[in-house]
Write a protein that binds this ligand. Structure first.
Ligand SMILES: Nc1ncnc2c1ncn2[C@@H]1O[C@H](COP(=O)(O)OP(=O)(O)OP(=O)(O)O)[C@@H](O)[C@H]1O
Length: 317
């Protein structure tokens, strides 16, 4: 078999495998030994505050920079050494695009399609991102959101089986954002592996099967959304009227009080809530503005961001 025409090796289970990846800029180590996998038919969201190292890691995966340490494999291939073959399978949406402004939307897509082996037809590519009616408009005249959707059409033009989306919906209005989410869900249903970074936690909640949260170049938390949410206590909030008796506080419940407003934090939401409701019924107390909420991805993200998450060691606090 000639190497240029050989099908990419499919011996590995995950489409993207990153093990102990490191990357430095001079003396500064931006990525400090991270590991994650993305399987076919799933979305992994890589989260982290600005500067956590997400883009630096993605650039290695995209073959734009070599790893300073560790290994990265895309469909079993090295993205730098096997760049040509990896490029055929990989669709990349960068944070910023450098599309020339003079060409029309259709010309831009056609020009890029000419460099690919099995591109989608131009009409299909534009319809996919709702830009059909803008085909003859010059790129420089597009709105920010339209430009972002054109970037996305370009990333998906070669029918990639591995898709890297760096903040895909930044600058999009809510309706366009939802369309992009549906598009991503369609790709995944067709078996693509999608790696996504986003600052919109509701985007991760909507799309991600698994999440990895980065802080200062390391992955400090990873798992399914439920696993990550479960690292956080549930909260029960209510307000008492003046003169109401105080409910007894069950064991292992942390209480935060602000005047008549009470917040209970607990790892056992259901029994603690049941106990509280039984007490209120027995004493004829109305728990005003009662709200109970399980731990959330957002809570966990914020705890990582501000360094208070229990998973953080002293070193990366
Ligand atoms: N070319 C560069 N030269 C020097 N330092 C860099 C360079 N690119 C990034 N960095 C630094 O590396 C760290 C990680 O940056 P990176 O862009 O990977 O973070 P990020 O998680 O993608 O952030 P954002 O959410 O803002 O995109 C930051 O401290 C950044 O300042």
């Amino acid at each position: 078999m000639h190497p240029a025409t050989a099908a990419p090796p499919r011996t590995t289970t995950a489409a993207v495998e990153v093990h102990g990846l490191r990357r430095s800029y001079g003396d500064f180590e931006a990525v400090r030994g991270i590991s994650f996998e993305v399987r076919r038919g799933e979305v992994l969201a890589l989260l982290g505050v600005n500067g956590a190292g997400k883009t630096s890691a993605l650039e290695v995966l995209e073959g734009l920079a070599p790893a300073g340490g560790g290994t990265v494999r895309v469909l079993g291939m090295d993205p730098v050494r096997d760049r040509t073959r990896v490029r055929r399978e990989l669709g990349v949406l960068l944070q910023t695009s450098g599309l020339p402004g003079d060409l029309t939307v259709a010309e831009t897509v056609r020009a890029w399609a000419g460099t690919l082996t099995d591109p989608r037809p131009v009409e299909e590519a534009l319809a996919q991102v709702s830009l059909t009616g803008r085909a003859d408009v010059r790129v420089r005249a597009l709105s920010g959101g339209e430009r972002r959707r054109l970037d996305l059409a370009m990333a998906l033009l070669g029918r990639p089986s591995v898709v890297v989306l760096d903040e895909p919906t930044t600058g999009l209005d809510p309706e366009s954002r939802r369309q992009v989410w549906e598009l991503v869900q369609g790709l995944v249903a067709d078996g693509a592996a999608v790696l996504l970074t986003t600052h919109h936690l509701e985007e991760a909640e909507e799309l991600a099967d698994r999440v990895a949260v980065m802080r200062a170049g390391q992955v400090v938390l990873s798992g399914t959304q439920a696993e990550i949410a479960e690292t956080q206590p549930a909260t029960i909030r209510f307000a008492l009227d003046a003169g109401d008796p105080r409910p007894p506080v069950p064991a292992d419940v942390q209480v935060v009080e602000d005047g008549r407003r009470v917040e209970w934090r607990t790892r056992a939401l259901q029994p603690v809530l049941a106990q509280l409701l039984a007490w209120a019924a027995e004493h004829g107390v109305v728990l005003r503005t009662l709200a109970a909420r399980a731990g959330s991805l957002e809570q966990a993200f914020l705890a990582v961001a501000d360094g208070t998450h229990p998973s953080l060691t002293e070193e990366n606090r």
